[in-house]
Design a binder for this molecule. Structure first.
Ligand SMILES: Nc1ncnc2c1ncn2[C@@H]1O[C@H](COP(=O)(O)OP(=O)(O)OP(=O)(O)O)[C@@H](O)[C@H]1O
Length: 261
């Protein structure tokens, strides 16, 4: 029970400006263990910026970020990733010519031994590492689509959109993150694919112990189905927080996000 309530992430007064634009304005939020939080808001309201500041791509101009009890506000991207924050991007970043396995392994550089000496002289250990990682990638793919696990060495470019998205999520998960950031996972997918992906996300939370998720998404059906709570941003400011049903009926949110009546 105590584990359930552990605070994984906290933003306190997080602020980021781009020239005269205040992309994040005194943003406060908390995320607990195994929670799925939806981050929503109109275009340009600061959703992706909050991912970029959290993952160390952009520095904060004010406020702080605490992750698993540590102040990570000024940590560089690599250190934030090593601490257990992994993400997917709005636009696909897969290498289409490479195999499913290779694409997933790109996300595993924290845990792979890349040393030349290791690769040249410790062949048995290298083989063991490859076998173990193959098995781990296989297990992850099976959560999403068992058929993918059987074509691990086929190029990603031959797969349909939803399977590519699944591989991007597996690539994030292979690093054993405690926090997964999903930036518009339904982008470019059909309704049916979006519906399948919602169930995948819920399944991932069930199967991977201690994983919390922040979901940026414009598809409100997905937000409603998948999230435990939602946070609404408008011009970089949090204007509402709560269960999707309450947030969707909030007057301020309707005015800002849904365009009023
Ligand atoms: N690198 C940047 N340089 C200048 N301005 C930026 C930069 N990144 C974001 N912004 C600005 O910050 C504000 C927030 O942008 P952000 O991309 O975070 O919004 P968003 O809520 O993710 O939007 P969308 O739903 O369209 O993806 C916008 O006004 C945007 O133009």
């Amino acid at each position: 029970m105590e584990q359930q309530q552990e605070t994984v992430l906290a933003f306190r007064g997080l602020t980021r400006r781009f020239g005269g634009v205040v992309a994040l304005n005194q943003f406060n939020m908390e995320l607990t263990n195994r929670q799925i939080v939806g981050l929503i808001g109109p275009n340009g309201s600061g959703k992706t910026t909050s991912f970029n500041v959290l993952t160390g791509i952009y520095a904060a101009n004010g406020g702080s970020i605490e992750f698993l009890g540590q102040d990570i506000t000024s940590w560089p991207a690599q250190k934030v990733y090593e601490a257990g924050v992994a993400r997917t991007f709005q636009r696909s970043r897969l290498c289409l010519e490479l195999s499913i396995f290779d694409n997933i392994m790109i996300g595993n550089h924290k845990r792979l031994n890349h040393g030349i000496m290791f690769n040249v002289f410790q062949r048995k250990a290298l083989q063991k590492q490859i076998t173990e990682n193959h098995e781990e990638a296989r297990k992850l793919l099976q959560i999403f689509n068992p058929a993918l696990a059987d074509k691990m060495f086929e190029p990603v470019g031959t797969l349909r959109m939803i399977d590519r998205r699944r591989i991007e999520i597996c690539r994030a998960l292979i690093s054993h993150p405690r926090l997964l950031l999903l930036d518009e996972p339904s982008a470019g997918m059909t309704h049916e694919e979006t519906r399948e992906l919602m169930e995948d996300i819920l399944e991932v939370r069930e199967m991977i112990d201690g994983l919390s998720i922040i979901l940026v998404e414009h598809e409100m059906g997905m937000i409603e189905r998948v999230t435990d709570k939602c946070i609404v941003l408008n011009f970089g400011q949090k204007i509402c927080e709560g269960a999707y049903r309450d947030v969707a009926s909030d007057k301020l949110v309707q005015e800002a996000y849904l365009g009023g009546e």
